[in-house]
Each structure stands twice: as C-alpha cells, then as structure tokens.
Design a protein around this ligand. Structure first.
Ligand SMILES: [Zn+2]
Length: 286
C-alpha cells in the first residue's frame, strides 16, 4: 500500500492513506505523513522537542500572506494496541487530501499534524495527553490565526459534530462558519458540549492558551445521533468521576481498541470531511 501522489497527479486516495497508516506505531505514522507531503511537492517543517519527545509536522500555504490564516490540525499518534484508523488516521488522511488541494489553489492556511495527543499519564480520575499541541501553543504566535479546526473521527458517517461547544460558545466564529459550510453542502450538523474528561483533543491546548476560536470536527452516522443525544442528556462530570461512562455512539465505542480498523472506514465520509474543509477555506477567500 502506498501513500504516493506526484505533483500534478490526481488527488491522493484518502482511504489508501488510512490503510497505509493503520496498524503502524506513532513514529512510523509521522514518517508516512512526511514522505507523503514530500511526494506531493511540499516541504514540511518539523517542530521537535527532545524531552518530552515530540515531532509536530507543519505545512504553510502562502506563508508570506499578511491575512490571518486558518489552522487545520489532526493528531497522527496512536494508542498502542489499536490500529488507529478512525482515531486518527482518518483525520490525518483528510488533512493530507487538503494539502494536496492547497498545492493547486493556495490559500493562507497552516496545516499541523500533531504528535503525542494520546494519553501518556493515566489514573482513574485523571488522564493527560495533548503534549504535541501544548508544545505548539507554547512555541508559536497565535495572533495571525483566524480559527482552529481540529479533526478527530472523520472516517464513519455523514453527520457533522462540532465540539466542544458550551451554550455561551455557540456564537464563536469557528462554530458559525462550520455550521454555515455544512448548511451550504447540505450536511446535517450539531454542535455539542462534550466534557474534556470524556473526550478531548488538541483544540483544548489552544483554548488553554487563551485562543477560544478553536473547535474539533468529527463525523458520526446519522443513525447514531439518537444515542449521541441520550449520551449528552445523561452524562455529567459527577457520573464520570465515579466511573459511570455513558453508552457511546458505535464508532466511539471502539476508539483506542483493536476494533478501530480501516475495514470500518468509509471513503465517502473522508471525502465529505474534505469537502467541508475546502468549503471553510473557500469561505475565507470570498
Ligand atoms: Zn484521537
């Protein structure tokens, strides 16, 4: 299986990207991301740290533009023992597809493939991850960023989830723009507040640094939305604290397990998420 694409060739195959990343460890995934970017003619910048060991992979389009840029991200690292297809080869594949498109029609965009999102410290009450994105927000200026769209679980379904969005955050520009992009494409969507103790991702590092306009985009099958609604209605921090996890929508139930395989990934979902990102990019250039 190859991730190859050559400058000027057809789009890289998103599903082939997922298959090529599936079952590899985090370091091998990082290398695959870098070789794929190089194969489409890009020169990624590696932001690295020796201890803790971190290798974030960054690509800038129109680096000399003075416009504020959109930042798209996805973590490429994986939990040991999981094939890591939906979490998060799916997000990485969509970002590689976005890079391929932006090679042809550049826009002021930064794409970041984060390392070390997954948990490195876990107790029954607390788990800590996000090392790659915490390192990034500590090192980088955020004044020239218009919005952050982070990707997780993009490989199954047709229904867009925008999270975490509390009631007071529904007017965030990133939320409004993601909703508008989904509406224009006829994609059903819902924004939802998901407590970080249940699910979190690299958007949180930006928020911790004071950059509020950062959300994560995910897909779920429409048929699983009633289960999502039930989950949102019944979960609470107190219940999580005593170890009561809610019933999860099916694609989320096998995250971090051996069941997260590429066999479950749907190419049309990956393409749908890529269309949404291109719609967000197009929106800024109108
Ligand atoms: Zn993840």
């Amino acid at each position: 299986m190859t991730l190859m694409g050559t400058p000027g060739s057809d789009l890289i195959s998103l599903i082939e990207c997922v298959r090529a990343l599936e079952g590899r460890d985090s370091a091998a995934r990082g290398e695959k991301v870098i070789t794929t970017l190089k194969s489409i003619g890009l020169k990624p910048f590696i932001q690295s740290c020796r201890w803790p060991r971190i290798r974030n992979v960054i690509v800038d389009f129109m680096p000399d533009s003075t416009d504020k840029r959109l930042l798209f991200s996805a973590h490429y690292d994986v939990v040991k023992g999981s094939p890591g297809a939906n979490d998060n080869a799916s997000g990485v594949a969509v970002l590689l597809g976005l890079c391929d498109q932006l090679c042809r029609v550049p826009r002021p965009v930064r794409v970041v493939f984060f390392d070390r999102e997954e948990c490195w410290f876990r107790t029954p009450l607390l788990s800590l991850g996000l090392l790659g994105s915490l390192f990034y927000v500590w090192k980088e200026e955020l004044q020239n960023v218009a919005a952050v769209y982070n990707l997780e679980f993009c490989g199954q379904g047709d229904f867009l989830g925008i999270w975490p969005v509390k009631k007071r955050e529904i007017d965030l520009a990133a939320v409004k723009q993601a909703q508008a992009a989904a509406s224009r494409l006829g994609v059903p969507f819902r924004s939802a507040h998901i407590p970080w103790q249940l699910f979190s991702s690299d958007h949180l590092s930006f928020r911790l640094r004071g950059f509020a306009n950062a959300v994560t985009l995910s897909l779920l099958p429409s048929g699983q939305i009633p289960i999502l609604e039930e989950m949102l209605a019944t979960m609470s921090f107190a219940r999580l604290l005593i170890g009561k996890r809610p019933l999860l929508p099916e694609p989320l139930s096998y995250i971090h397990s051996h069941g997260d395989s590429a066999a479950k990934i749907e190419e049309r979902s990956l393409k749908l998420m890529l269309s949404l990102l291109l719609e967000l990019v197009r929106d800024t250039s109108d």
